[in-house]
Design a protein around this ligand. Structure first.
Ligand code: SF4
Ligand code: SF4
Length: 330
């Protein structure tokens, strides 16, 4: 590793493609359904800490001394080892493409460092529940700390970077970034399934122009597994998860047609019932790993699933301002 005189490359601005979805306007959407109905003190406290303690730490001074590495692989390995030190359970690197970005957004960095943290299965023994809602926010806060610390490190190495917090208002879409960074395959429920951590994890990322070796998408047979399993679809109380793959839903990174997830049905349920999350712990993929919770704490093999009557589908956000989603059985 060498330390060179201060210098910065002029970085080309990458702009989103016309096909990129617009960032979902959560505030407008919640206002349209009468506000957030989840009112749990621990959740509120995590939200407060994210907004007041973490947001101001997204930016900082970039060191005038730039650290360089003998090879991009060395840089990648160093960053990955530090990300794990800061709490990442998984970390991968990919190049940012226009299709990875929300419509109307642009970035000045070529690379995304995707960071994932597993959620604790023991908190999803009953879904939706107060415990599962708190766990969702705990992991957003914890992942926020990891990406902020990673960004501070990269700035101290002399490179600009941008924090993409898991809670939202990102320039990039976490799912395609995670797929390209080798985190797993896209499940029927629309979340990434990792071969070890299953879908019970969350993601954030740091964007930077530090040259690094990139990772690649994986094919671990998970998409094929989904074709023979419908657990998430059967247990989705809002009937939002599709039955068949369809070209209408676009392609996954392996070139398969995706399954439809109707967010106009999912989100109202999610907003009223503790972030729902049912489709994650009922996911059959590698289920026994979760049951051990990686800490030797005895847990159930399958969660207790509470299925309330779903609210009416809701499509409040104007089409030009929301993710396109095919409507399932409407
Ligand atoms: S979060 Fe709940 S409502 Fe939404 S897709 Fe998953 S199971 Fe269905
Ligand atoms: S529950 Fe089954 S169909 Fe749904 S994502 Fe998991 S493995 Fe795929």
């Amino acid at each position: 590793m060498n330390v060179l005189a201060p210098e910065f490359e002029i970085t080309e601005i990458i702009t989103s493609s016309e096909d990129s979805p617009a960032a979902f306007m959560w505030d407008e959407w919640y206002a349209g359904v009468g506000g957030r109905e989840i009112d749990i003190p621990e959740v509120n406290e995590y939200l407060r800490k994210i907004h007041t303690e973490q947001y101001p730490r997204f930016d900082g001074e970039v060191s005038p001394l730039k650290m360089t590495f003998a090879t991009p692989e060395d840089a990648s390995n160093y960053i990955k080892s530090k990300a794990k030190e800061f709490g990442a359970d998984m970390v991968g690197v990919c190049m940012i493409e226009p299709s990875d970005m929300y419509r109307g957004r642009s970035v000045t960095h070529e690379f995304a460092i995707a960071v994932g943290q597993k959620m604790l299965w023991r908190e999803f023994q009953k879904v939706p529940s107060r415990e599962s809602a708190i766990e969702c926010l705990r992991i957003y806060y914890s992942l926020g700390e990891t990406v902020i610390q990673l960004a501070e490190l990269i700035r101290s190495m002399g490179y600009e970077c941008k924090v993409e917090h898991p809670i939202g208002d990102s320039d990039v879409l976490h799912i395609p970034i995670g797929l390209k960074a080798g985190f797993g395959e896209l499940g029927r429920h629309g979340s990434i399934i990792n071969p070890t951590f299953d879908p019970l994890f969350r993601m954030g990322s740091v964007l930077t122009s530090l040259p690094m070796a990139i990772d690649h998408p994986i094919d671990a047979g998970i998409a094929k597994f989904c074709d023979n399993c419908r657990a998430c679809r059967i247990y989705c109380p809002a009937d939002a998860i599709g039955d068949e793959r369809t070209p209408e839903a676009g392609k996954d990174h392996l070139g398969n047609d995706r399954y439809k997830v109707d967010t106009g049905k999912c989100f109202p349920y999610f907003a009223k019932h503790n972030y729902c999350s049912i489709c994650l712990p009922v996911c059959v993929y590698n289920h026994k790993q979760w049951a051990r919770d990686f800490d030797g704490i005895p847990t159930k093999l399958f969660p207790e699933v509470i299925m309330h009557t779903p609210p009416a589908p809701c499509d409040l956000v104007a089409d030009e301002n929301k993710h396109f989603y095919p409507k399932v059985k409407r």
